[in-house]
Design a protein around this ligand. Structure first.
Ligand code: SF4
Length: 301
């Protein structure tokens, strides 16, 4: 069985930066409680590994970031790579928390572009995922921002000039379709495509792998990771018949590899390289050794 390592894959610069910021914070404040507001990056193994640095996390899919802040009473709060709404920032300050902001610069850039167009009187159509922290942070800025998850959400009859942009980790293919549909309704709208480069080149690499023909693709990534889910979605859309989003090597099942001549491996931007390398190594040795390696949390970061 041939193992194709899809390149590029795995950690992006925003994730590496966020993890570095969190680790430096832990070293600088060894005696202060440190809490991440949500998942620093969308990978549960990264969050487990951060506990070894005395960094805790609070998360609840039914609560907004503003609501979650009520559960932090002291110490340091770290804002995640997905960005934060100005109201959350203000509330953390009011509570007297020390703020460490690990927002990815690419996410911040999109927020600044949205703010600039709001101040010029634009109505914003923001293509993103409901309940994703990046979209939540942008949409909390103003009532003039409309979250567009599908063409059903495109508002009709907007009178103000329209500005259209997006969450950084959307599918390049979905986004083009939605932008085209919006263009039909609002031919004078201003478009600013904000898929980050890391997301784009990982998605293009998966599409190329599909064109070259593989039987099975494993996407190593967390179920909560939007960019990992998009890689799996694009692989299916581009014709790979068997696509599996897996947390780690532990999730690989023998049935998934039946009659497989070429298996490809990619990883979401928040997936630790250690986990992806374990998957690749296991598949490389699949014919001779079926023992799965253990996951050692201290090796994650
Ligand atoms: S996927 Fe893109 S936007 Fe998200 S953290 Fe990485 S570089 Fe930043």
């Amino acid at each position: 069985m041939e193992v194709v390592k899809v390149t590029p894959r795995g950690y992006c610069k925003g994730v590496v930066r966020a993890i570095q910021i969190a680790k430096e914070c832990a070293m600088k404040y060894p005696d202060v409680p440190i809490t991440v507001l949500g998942m620093l990056v969308h990978n549960r193994y990264v969050m487990e590994a951060l506990k070894l640095y005395h960094i805790q996390m609070i998360d609840d899919p039914n609560k907004t970031r503003v609501e979650l802040l009520d559960d932090i009473s002291e110490g340091i709060v770290i804002f995640t790579a997905h960005g934060i709404a100005p109201s959350v920032f203000a509330k953390a300050k009011e509570k007297g928390l020390i703020i460490i902001d690990a927002t990815c610069p690419d996410v911040l850039k999109t927020q600044e572009i949205v703010q600039a167009h709001l101040s010029k009187g634009y109505e914003i159509l923001y293509v993103g995922k409901a309940h994703h922290p990046e979209a939540e942070a942008v949409c909390a800025i103003s009532n003039h921002i409309h979250l567009i998850e599908s063409s059903d959400h495109i508002p009709l009859h907007i009178q103000n000039p329209v500005f259209v942009t997006n969450q950084t980790t959307m599918s390049i293919f979905d986004l083009k379709r939605l932008f085209d549909q919006i263009k039909v309704l609002y031919p004078n709208a201003v478009f600013c495509e904000e898929i980050c480069n890391a997301t784009r080149i990982r998605q293009e690499a998966v599409a190329n792998a599909a064109n070259e023909g593989v039987d099975v693709l494993f996407v190593v990534g967390d179920i909560t990771s939007n960019n990992s889910n998009r890689l799996a979605q694009i692989a299916l859309e581009q014709g790979i018949k068997r696509v599996y989003l897996i947390d780690s090597v532990q999730d690989i099942q023998d049935e998934q590899l039946l009659n497989c001549q070429r298996v490809a491996v990619t990883a979401g931007a928040s997936t630790p390289t250690y986990l992806t390398n374990q998957v690749i190594s296991y598949l490389n040795n699949y014919a001779t050794q079926k023992q799965k390696p253990e996951i050692v949390i201290s090796k994650i970061l």
